[in-house]
Design a binder for this molecule. Structure first.
Ligand code: SF4
Length: 693
């Protein structure tokens, strides 16, 4: 009861699950988080008093018996033994240091963690470049929204949402695609549903008839892999019927003629032929968008996890621009980011092979000189490897050692049969995590990190709001915040880092990163969050991007014509179905946290494959029957969930379970040429019912 709550420790913090960025108070007795309750509303700009099931109940993992509480070092017989920090850090310094000295720093790779704080991630980038001497530092954004970042950066300048979350309730119309919003971003879904209740239009294009589709004023089922086709179809309709915003196009964009010309091939008939979308659906979506004064275009990985994800995003960016939906209240683009801090830690902080913090290009001599000076090291102007490339390059010994932080690559990479071989063959692997993950099993040394409730710092959410994360409980066992581990290691390897606090690290970040120029812990706390760009200490932060101009050299949005593209692997006689992977409400990524929640696991204990009733009947498969799914890369067996959520040619399997490891079926080789994002949303597969013995 609440009386007992009064006797507990309480601290406000920011959710460590998804990038909506809900804030709340956590109550602890020093050993476990016992309750989450709404915090003062002005301190919770995104969620007010609401949270989802994960934010409210998912804390058993923090005090789980499975937590790593001491460093582990592999001994001569190949077994892990507990070790002191001293011994473990020496072993890591030696393991990474000897590869660096013998083969060059560029043969080392770092995978940073978007679950960790901005301060942690800034140091991961600095550690890679300064201590190891490699630009091959990347993170999970490569597997999800890096095509969004590339596509939006090319068109508008910033690889981020242009809107504030509040705008979702101000729009007249929201177009959502490839976003299972109610399950992956529950609190955003609540706000979108509120908009619909208030009379707003909601248009959903998605291969699966997901729950948010029930609230839509128009739901259209699409074939996975052809997003640029139907988006261009809508753009063509709007242009050819003179429904576009001529003034905005004239004054604020370049490239309109090219786009107009290129979209002409996407007639309604052709779109219907390729995607199965009826001409009336294109016409009604186009008219609704054009009639709306304020429209928001929202998407997640259904648009981006393709071999042409960047083009999909640019097609969407064109549509938003020609309809003049940027820079005003209730209008804009909103890629809903996934992990709690993938916008900040995964992007803004620059643990990236091509950029320093604040998306400053490492190939730019002036920028590089600034960081070389600040970090007292030489930095190569050559881009390092993206995460997906690291695994491919390891085959040729271009990558020999890895430092993987808070990322379960052995389950999350595309084509994990290959990823497993790479992890097995590395000369040296250090994994830093809360748990003995599938990836940590391959490590030489495992370092115990602590969770977001045990440390202080900041996260940046999906609408660019930097928010405070507070230590609610002391680190479990000997686990430490990532930044402290990195500092100890840097000092072992010949550097002198002496940060006393995460706040001090933020002061270094803001001195080197114009976008975060005015961000300090003090202000973030006092002002209840700060949205970037925040140029200096007097700048109030930026609610909406592009109100006056775009972040390009001439200040204009640069529209890029996007032609026809198709998935790099399409179904054929041998592999007749399209497999799409995705998420469910109760789980989070590879389950390292949520699988340790008894309460959560009651709802969703295991895997499933969604299969259309027609297909199920054809193959003699009933609900719950095991189904074998095979691709050219591998196979897995999962129980059937017979449902008409998916079309007869499509299958859907969530990514959360090691038992099925659905990424055995996906492909490590099919990557977006601009962003290196894998094609998780389209794999050609075949299925068979599994006979009982
Ligand atoms: Fe946490 Fe996201 Fe749920 Fe909010 S919606 S409580 S940020 S998981």
């Amino acid at each position: 009861g609440d009386k007992r709550l009064e006797e507990l420790n309480v601290e406000d913090t920011t959710c460590g699950y998804c990038a909506v960025g809900c804030r709340f108070d956590l109550y602890t007795d020093g050993e476990a988080v016992l309750a989450a309750r709404p915090t003062d509303e002005e301190d919770a700009p995104v969620n007010g008093i609401s949270t989802c099931v994960k934010g409210k109940f998912s804390y058993d993992f923090v005090n789980s018996d499975d937590r790593l509480t001491a460093p582990l070092v592999r001994d001569e017989s190949g077994e892990f033994r507990e070790a002191t920090w001293d011994v473990a850090l020496s072993r890591v310094a030696e393991g990474l240091g000897s590869i660096r000295d013998e083969h060059g720093g560029e043969t080392l790779s770092v995978i940073a963690s978007s679950k960790a704080t901005n301060e942690d991630n800034y140091l991961m980038g600095k550690f890679a470049r300064q201590v190891l001497g490699t630009n091959s530092v990347d993170n999970c954004n490569r597997l999800c929204h890096s095509s969004t970042v590339a596509g939006l950066a090319k068109t508008y300048g910033y690889g981020a949402a242009s809107i504030s979350t509040d705008d979702l309730e101000l729009a007249d119309c929201i177009l959502l695609t490839g976003s299972n919003t109610t399950e992956a971003h529950p609190v955003l879904a609540t706000r979108i549903k509120q908009n619909v209740r208030d009379g707003g239009d909601l248009i959903v294009f998605d291969p699966r008839e997901i729950q948010i589709a029930e609230y839509a004023t128009q739901y259209t089922q699409i074939k996975p892999g052809y997003d640029a086709v139907w988006i261009n179809g809508i753009t063509r309709y709007i242009i050819n019927n003179d429904l576009y915003d001529e003034e905005f196009v004239q004054e604020r964009t370049t490239g309109f003629e090219d786009v107009t010309e290129t979209v002409q091939e996407f007639t309604s008939e052709r779109v219907a032929e390729i995607t199965g979308v009826r001409p009336e659906a294109i016409a009604s979506a186009a008219e609704t968008i054009a009639e709306a004064n304020r429209c928001i275009f929202g998407w997640t990985l259904g648009l981006t996890e393709h071999s042409h994800g960047t083009e999909n995003v640019m097609a969407m960016a064109n549509l938003a621009a020609i309809t003049g939906n940027l820079g005003t209240p209730g209008a804009g683009v909103s890629p809903f980011r996934g992990q709690n801090n993938v916008q900040g830690g995964g992007g803004d902080m620059g643990p990236l092979p091509d950029s320093f913090p604040g998306y400053q290009d490492i190939a730019d001599d002036e920028v590089r000189a600034k960081f070389e000076d600040a970090w007292d090291c030489e930095i190569s102007p050559e881009y390092g490897y993206y995460t997906t490339q690291m695994f491919l390059e390891a085959d040729d010994d271009n990558v020999r050692g890895m430092y993987i932080i808070g990322e379960n690559a052995a389950l999350s990479e595309p084509g994990v049969n290959h990823a497993e071989e790479v992890l097995e063959d590395l000369d040296f692997l250090v994994v830093q995590d809360l748990f003995m993950t599938e990836t940590a099993q391959y490590a030489d040394v495992v370092l115990p990190a602590c969770s977001f409730v045990e440390k202080t710092g900041t996260f940046t959410n999906t609408d660019r709001t930097v928010q405070k994360v507070n230590e609610v409980m002391e680190p479990k066992g000997k686990s430490r915040p990532d930044w402290q581990i990195l500092q100890a290691l840097a000092n072992r390897m010949g550097r002198e880092w002496d940060y006393d606090s995460a706040a001090e690290i933020m002061d270094e970040i803001n001195s080197l990163t114009p976008l975060y120029g005015g961000v300090t812990h003090e202000r973030v706390e006092a002002e209840g969050g700060l949205q970037w760009p925040c140029w200096d200490e007097d700048h109030p932060g930026t609610k909406r991007l592009y109100t006056e101009e775009f972040d390009t050299e001439d200040g204009m949005a640069h529209l890029h014509a996007v032609g026809y593209s198709e998935p790099a692997e399409t179904p054929d006689d041998e592999y007749p179905f399209t497999l799409t992977t995705g998420r469910v409400l109760y789980q989070y990524h590879t389950g390292t946290m949520t699988h340790r929640e008894e309460g959560i696991m009651q709802y969703n204990r295991s895997d499933f494959v969604e299969i259309n009733p027609k297909t199920a009947t054809e193959y003699g498969i009933e609900n719950g029957d095991p189904v074998r799914i095979e691709s050219r890369r591998g196979e897995t067996t999962v129980p059937a969930q017979v449902t008409d959520r998916v079309g007869p040619e499509n299958l859907f399997v969530p990514i959360h379970f090691a038992e099925s490891a659905v990424n055995r079926l996906t492909d490590e080789d099919r990557l977006d040429p601009a962003a290196s994002t894998p094609e998780f949303k389209v794999s050609a597969v075949r299925i068979a019912a599994v006979e009982d013995d």
